[in-house]
Design a binder for this molecule. Sequence first.
Ligand SMILES: *Cc1c(COP(=O)(O)O)cnc(C)c1O
Length: 391
Amino acid sequence: MQSIQAALESLKKDHRFRSIPNIDYGADKHVLLQERHILNLASNNYLGFSERAEIRRAAVIAAQNYGTTSGASRLVSGTYGPYDALEEEVARFKGTEAALIFNSGYAANLAICSSLADRNCVIFSDRLNHASIVDGIILSRATHVRYRHNDMAHLEKCLEKHAGTHRKIVITDSVFSMDGDMADVAQAARLCKSHGALLVLDEAHAAGVLGQGRGLASELGVADQVDLHMGTFSKAMGSFGAYVAGSRTMIDWLMNTARSFIYSTSLPPSVIGANREALRIVQNEPQTGKRLMAISKDLRDALNGMGFDTGQSQTQIIPVILGDNGATLAARDFLLQRGLLVGAIRPPTVPKGTARLRLSLRADLTDREMEEITDTFRDLRQNLPVVGNES
Ligand SMILES: *Cc1c(COP(=O)(O)O)cnc(C)c1O
């Protein structure tokens, strides 16, 4: 106990102690915080779907028709008609033979890595990949080769070095969660083909947004070169759970070996109902993601014009890299006082010395709200000159 207490103290000293914010409902565009309405740029609710009446209704109807639980893991008895329907709809949407629903993106990544690889395999993983991929690789016991972020020349060298390995898997986020940049999927696919490696793409931040909701691979026209597509319903789609889409063979293998699928109760009807409705809306309103990309570019241009460092962001995820942990927290608090909620992301979530504010824009922000955001950052720039010097 004493050593844990000491470790906690050390986290606090480093400005790395985490606590849950006191927010009424964190997915809304405006959240109530200390009795004030704050514009929320910290949620992954990129399309504002948490507020869509049709999705709420679909969840309620599914709960009324089927109940509040699936009652078991999927393979035992935890299944019902809409579950199978959702998987068929996802496969059709993604243009794959089959799809399988997982309880979360985290569970899906654990499943993919640990089912496809064992101690005789090598998994090549972008250095900035999501923590769930890292955990999946550890669980698989495969050799873990971390290539430099989005550096395809380095990936190629790594693949050459392991040419003798019987199974090689390359796995990458399509849109990186803390940087908002995009993976070079086309080049990764070429390398995988020429080196006999499987390509797995995590579209968590792109599903519902890019490629008319199908993801970055679809936007780039290389979806058919990806062996396994993973995407979540928990971010842009405004609900919960994840899908994995690919060939019948791949999906059958996951269904038979993925422990996070086999040994966990499947999703409840309300969630499946919401997911199906969200998927329907994305297909009916494919232009929403485009508006989100456009307002994101405008804000990045404005921030860069003020001298802020937004890294390599190309999407609705915009980091404002300040470097220092304390300065990042101070900037976050400043923005909160001015009515903006943004994330303050620190190591170990991001590399040391790259602490940052993280803005996630959403398609339902009005032009006026975008102006307010720009003005508030101009204030930040002027009022905390120290913060600027840290970057
Ligand atoms: C959020 C995220 C996940 C995890 O998805 P959950 O549904 O929240 O568990 C996986 N991969 C990436 C890249 C993510 O951003």
